[in-house]
Design a protein around this ligand. Structure first.
Ligand SMILES: [Zn+2]
Length: 347
């Protein structure tokens, strides 16, 4: 039992890191999805032209950041003021984000095939036998594609899945999640003629070649929205399974997590499960001050390079002895960190 057991918690920073490394960020700015060239899956025109309510809000607040426009879809007073249905408007935002990030995921997969020098890809590959659980707030499939490539099995409680591997919890939804076809049967199309949202049903996993099509019910929490899926059958048990693994971890790594107000309850409940002597690693070029405050008094390491989990010579930060695969020796100074990343690093 002296091998590392690593839990990972992933936010948008992982996708941003890949976007910068691969060059994808030049064409697909993940902060501006409303400007992406997304065609409607069931018509030939621009997708936004099929989502009249979201488009009306976008036109009205054209100078505001896209994520503020998405936040306004959740503001019932603003929707009513503009004559927009406060139930259908956020539903349109969910459909847009699901299809837009499906395109984005497809682009990521294409790039990943030629970007295996990406530092996080190398890091995951080195630690694939040590990663015991994962939690991702992202809709895209970058983590899944990386895991597929290094043959690390994972499972998110989809009823059509083989069911092997580590828990991968995606509590805010994912572009490859869809409600089970027998839950609600109809032929979805855009513009929407049926308004199906927020049903707690079993989910299936979509094949990566089948992502660009109208969803029966998009599974996607809007940025700034508190998690309406937290008690759903594919979230609550997955969270419980993940937390059981976290409670046995030796390291918990938070990669590119912003610690936004709306995500804090979920992140805090993970932190509560992390054993006192486990090392917490915050991988973020700008670690959020509130999060740093939250982990104060614990063994904490910060990886703040824009280049990811590598040192100035390009070597991956390993969390195990390369020869034996065992845990690194803890520092004599009782910081709770490994010697080579504590006093050993200062020699
Ligand atoms: Zn030390």
């Amino acid at each position: 039992m002296n091998k590392p057991r690593i839990s990972i918690v992933v936010g948008n920073g992982l996708s941003m890191s890949f976007g910068h490394f691969s060059g994808l960020a030049h064409i697909w700015n993940s902060q501006e999805p409303l400007s992406w060239p997304i065609k409607c899956p069931s018509q030939i025109h621009n997708f936004l032209d099929s989502l009249h309510r979201l488009k009306a809000l976008h036109d009205k607040y054209i100078d505001e950041p896209d994520f503020d426009v998405f936040a306004k879809t959740l503001d019932r007073a603003i929707c009513r003021q503009l004559g927009l249905d406060p139930f259908i408007t956020p539903l349109e935002a969910r459909h847009f984000l699901t299809i837009a990030f499906s395109h984005y995921s497809n682009e990521q997969v294409k790039k990943l095939n030629i970007c295996k020098e990406w530092s996080w890809y190398r890091w995951f590959k080195l630690h694939k036998d040590n990663i015991t659980s994962a939690f991702s707030l992202n809709y895209d499939l970058l983590l899944e594609s990386t895991f597929d490539d290094i043959a690390l099995q994972y499972y998110s409680l989809q009823v059509n899945h083989h069911g092997y591997g580590i828990p991968l919890v995606k509590p805010h939804g994912s572009v490859d999640f869809e409600i089970h076809p027998s839950s609600i049967s109809y032929s979805p199309e855009y513009p929407l003629t049926n308004f199906v949202d927020l049903n707690n049903t079993p989910i299936i996993r979509l094949d990566s070649s089948q992502l660009i099509y109208p969803r029966s019910q998009p599974l996607c929490i809007i940025p700034n929205e508190s998690n309406k899926y937290s008690n759903y059958q594919w979230v609550a048990p997955a969270n419980q399974w993940f937390n059981e693994e976290v409670s046995k971890c030796t390291h918990c790594i938070f990669i590119g997590i912003s610690y936004f107000e709306c995500d804090r309850a979920e992140l805090d409940s993970i932190l509560n499960e992390v054993p006192d002597d486990a090392q917490i690693i915050i991988a973020n070029p700008s670690p959020p001050p509130e999060f740093m405050e939250k982990v104060k008094g614990r063994p904490v390491m910060v990886w703040n390079s824009y280049d990811g989990p590598i040192d100035s010579k390009g070597n991956v930060f390993g969390l195990k002895d390369i020869k034996t695969g065992n845990l690194l020796r803890n520092c004599f100074c009782r910081s709770g960190l490994s010697y080579q990343y504590c006093c050993g690093a200062k020699l």
